[in-house]
Design a protein around this ligand. Structure first.
Ligand code: B3K
Ligand code: ZN
Length: 849
């Protein structure tokens, strides 16, 4: 059981552990209800640490015996671990514990999934396996022996022997316990090889349940591409003889970078054209890369403590984003990443859960694997690179790897490397790590005698625990266009450091049109009233693809706001300008597909809230539908031509080129379905030979209210495929109208295949409900109630997934008083549960605060 009165942990209280560990030997005798774990650990006093009691973490483990240097000891056991008197010098600790993986529903520590044993130790799961100093700054080499009748027995590092019913592994690289992994099961492998550029021959395997062998090829290609890319771009090579990936069905997140033995949610690695969409393929490619890149940014250089999580996560997200931009379209990737940041990180940073990229306190660290730590953490690195330039960035990274290989490092170490490599003072830049909230940037313009002046003002609103904000360093990428559309000043980075600051451009022959925050050069909100003609001008002429998209997005947003607030008609000027972009067949189909997307309903609610209005989800829904209908009608004459450009004649490949075409085709089909009642979608559904076309068609049919038959057909065809069935569950809720979504979700929770203990299935239904803006916020509170009921049910079994999904309520203060009262009541109902987990209690407490 977790602590009843949770403790808050503070960054400022960090102190090193009193001992170092030279080597760890673990022996596992696996049994579902009674696994025995023996540990033998050589401890030596840490001269750099203050005096302290000898304390080892341990939760939900039964100590059977313990000894020091061979003499039996009787430690004091607490719910969090054990305390024991130890000799003054070095000593050998031995302990035997018993754990019950089959009863471990939290999916943290050693647990069972689909008949196999697997582990998840980050952040603090190793303490559920045995007593240990479970903190990232304690690094050791591990030797692991596994005894089990399972045919495949895996752990970290290189194989060190095996026989009938046993296997041994040795990991020569010192690592913290959170990177430990063990897998045992009846598994099949998809093998391959990779030779590193210095000639190391590496065996690669993807291990899956029997029957899934045909879904590994893409993941394997992604792994090899990642290995090559990290050598080419960061000069980083792989460092073991073997790299194993295992797919498991029950997993709280996407994947985990355990040294030499990555464990993946099967949804984040298994794919075939028949069962996975283009978006799935792209996501798998980037997650494989992300976990692989952690081998250097995370494993070889790890974090001193969990407050430094962004040191590995922000950097590794940044690296996987670079990888995807290099492999696919950089422009499309940037737009997708910014859209994600705005959809996930901005609401977090502008609400009760706001926290700095490097938080200063937590109760449950699992609650801080957030969009802020990951995605804003990556944006901060992007800004750093923009400020120092590509060459200096490369130099700083080389220095980082040289200086800190083998270390458990901090953000201070990271910034020091940049200071040393560039001679810059980064003390003000460091505020990006300590100050929460999204800065808002406003702009004044002045034009006089050939001199053009831009004056920026930055303001960050107070966030929980941080009433006063200091100015940040903001790299503002700006380009200037002449009135005829030529670029007169190419992109320049303006480095803003003050609260209000002016930048001048001299020698211009006419007043220019500015393109500001190109490439989204900083994670800020740009508050700038721009006349619609100027936006339309940028939509037509901007050379920066991100800002071209942004101009259209802003026009769409403003048009929708006018429809929502004043009942205005759709803005035909914007629609026609968009039409001109769509007709330009020199433009990437993927880019044109993105241009056709409307701002999300949740984003519109956020903007209304910022402007002091109370968003009504039903009105927002109606306006968005009306806008989509207007697009469909206006673009009807060109839908055939667009569909022709979207056609793919070659055999299916999930590459950028083909998936871009299919994305455009999907956007066209969505418009057409508004005009033909779903006839074209029905034809596509029947003819589709890949999941992307199949699922796009099914979505259109649901939206057109014509999916009854198709849903049955789809179900019968795919009922034995767990991942495809997740789509079947999720789509029905995601595409349902506002009046039905909660009822559809409720009905699906009673479906015999609704395995609510499986996080993927749980999220497919309840996560999709939380994302269906108008459906979740149904006026009578049915959406809130259903989600709260299920969170209450899941919490005792799986606190981590429960706590994460509580964030669906984080925006509760945006809405009208009736909805606020309904959401508050549900939050209080959850909070009042006896024995609520530390994870969920902390989340609800923060959301209500
Ligand atoms: N490092 C893991 C996440 C662990 C989450 C623990 N609650 C996956 C990743 O970021 O690569
Ligand atoms: Zn990561």
């Amino acid at each position: 059981m977790k602590d009843a009165a949770p403790q808050t942990v503070y960054l400022r209280d960090y102190k090193p552990f009193g001992w170092r560990i030279e080597d760890v030997s673990l022996a596992f005798k696996l049994a579902p209800e009674a696994t025995r774990v023996t540990s033998r650990i050589r401890f030596a006093p840490n001269p750099d640490a203050p005096a302290q009691d000898f304390f080892l973490h341990g939760e939900d483990v039964t100590l059977l015996r313990a000894s020091i240097d061979g003499a039996e000891v009787t430690p004091e056991i607490t719910p969090q671990g054990l305390r024991c008197a130890v000799p003054a010098g070095a000593f050998t600790w031995e302990a035997e514990v018993e754990i019950a993986p089959a009863s471990n529903t939290a999916l943290e520590g050693l647990y069972m999934s689909g008949g196999m044993y697997c582990t998840q130790c980050e952040a603090e799961g190793f303490r559920k396996i045995t007593y240990y100093p479970d903190r990232p700054d304690v690094m050791a080499t591990f030797t692991v022996r596994i005894e089990s009748d399972m045919p495949v027995l895996l752990s970290n590092g290189n194989p060190a022997g095996s026989g009938d019913g046993w296997a041994e592994w040795h990991d020569p690289w010192p690592k913290p316990a959170y990177l430990f992994a063990l897998v045992a099961g009846d598994l099949r492998n998809h093998p391959d090889r990779f030779t590193t550029r210095s000639g190391r021959d590496v065996e690669l395997n993807i291990w899956v349940r029997p029957g899934d062998e045909g879904k590994c090829a893409w993941g394997m290609e992604a792994l090899k591409k990642s290995m090559t890319w990290d050598e080419d771009v960061y000069g980083r090579e792989y460092d073991l003889d073997l790299f194993n990936i295992v797919a498991v069905d029950d997993f709280n997140m996407g994947a985990m970078e355990n040294k030499g033995l990555n464990i993946f949610n099967s949804a984040a690695v298994l794919a075939s054209p028949e069962t996975a969409t283009d978006a799935n393929f792209e996501r798998i490619e980037s997650i494989i890369a992300h976990e692989y890149f952690h081998n250097w940014t995370g494993n070889r250089i790890t974090c001193r403590d969990w407050f430094q999580l962004c040191l590995k996560e922000g950097l590794t997200v940044f690296r996987d984003q670079q990888f995807t931009s290099d492999l696919r379209s950089a422009a499309v990737k940037r737009i997708e990443d910014v859209a994600q940041l705005r959809a996930r990180q901005f609401p977090e940073d502008q609400g009760p859960l706001s926290h700095p990229v490097r938080p200063e306190s937590f109760q449950e660290i699992n609650n801080f694997y957030t969009a802020t730590v990951y995605e804003k953490g990556a944006e901060v690195i992007g800004m750093l690179k923009r400020l120092v330039g590509d060459e200096a960035y490369a130099k700083a990274l080389d220095l980082y790897f040289d200086r800190h290989d083998g270390d458990a490092a901090t953000i201070e170490d990271w910034l020091q490397v940049f200071e040393d490599a560039t001679g810059r003072d980064l003390s003000q830049f460091k505020r990006w790590y300590s100050q929460a909230g999204t800065p808002r940037l406003s702009v004044d313009e002045d034009w006089q005698d050939g001199t053009y002046t831009l004056t920026f003002t930055q303001v960050t609103k107070p966030t929980p625990g941080q009433p006063d904000k200091a100015p940040q360093v903001i790299p503002i990428a700006v380009g200037l266009l002449s009135p005829n559309g030529d670029e007169v000043v190419p992109t320049r980075i303006l480095e803003m450091t003050e609260g209000r600051q002016s930048f001048t451009f001299e020698g211009l022959s006419a007043r220019p049109v500015p393109s500001i925050l190109r490439g989204f050069s900083a994670p800020v909100v740009l508050d700038r009233e721009v006349p619609a003609e100027e936006r339309a001008f940028l939509l037509a002429h901007d050379t920066d693809p991100f800002n071209r998209w942004e101009s259209s997005r802003s026009l769409a947003r403003e048009a929708l706001l006018a429809m929502i607030r004043d009942g205005a008609a759709p803005d035909m000027a914007w629609i026609d300008a968009l039409g001109r972009v769509l007709r330009d067949d020199t433009l990437d189909p993927a880019f044109r597909a993105l241009m056709l997307g409307l701002p999300s309903q949740s984003e519109l609610a956020q903007v209304l809230h910022e402007k002091g209005a109370t968003p009504d989800p039903d009105v927002i829904y109606v306006a968005t539908e009306a806008m989509a209908d207007a697009l469909a009608q206006r673009f009807e004459p060109m839908l055939d031509a667009l569909a022709a450009q979207a056609r793919v004649d070659a055999p299916y490949a999930p590459d950028a080129e083909q998936s871009g075409r299919r994305a455009l085709g999907g956007a066209v089909l969505a418009l057409r379905s508004r005009l033909d009642g779903g006839a074209a979608a029905k034809a596509q559904f029947e003819a589709a030979d890949n999941m992307t076309l199949h699922l796009t068609a099914l979505t259109c049919l649901i939206r057109a209210g014509a999916a009854d038959l198709a849903l049955g057909v789809f179900h019968d065809q795919w009922q034995d495929d767990r991942l495809v069935m997740d789509k079947w569950f999720g789509l029905q809720v995601a595409a349902a109208g506002p009046a039905e979504a909660a009822d559809v979700a409720e009905r699906l929770t009673r479906h015999p295949a609704f395995d609510w203990k499986n996080p993927n299935r749980f999220r497919a239904v309840l996560g999709a409900l939380a994302m269906n803006h108008a459906g979740f916020h149904r006026k009578d509170g049915a959406g809130y109630r259903l989600l709260a009921d299920w969170l209450i049910k899941l919490d005792p079994l799986n606190p981590q997934t429960t706590a994460r999904m509580c964030s669906a309520f984080q925006t509760w203060r945006r809405y009208d008083s009736d909805r606020q009262a309904l959401m508050k009541a549900e939050l209080e109902r959850i909070a009042a549960r006896d024995g609520l987990s530390r994870d969920t209690a902390e989340m609800i407490g923060r959301i209500l605060s």
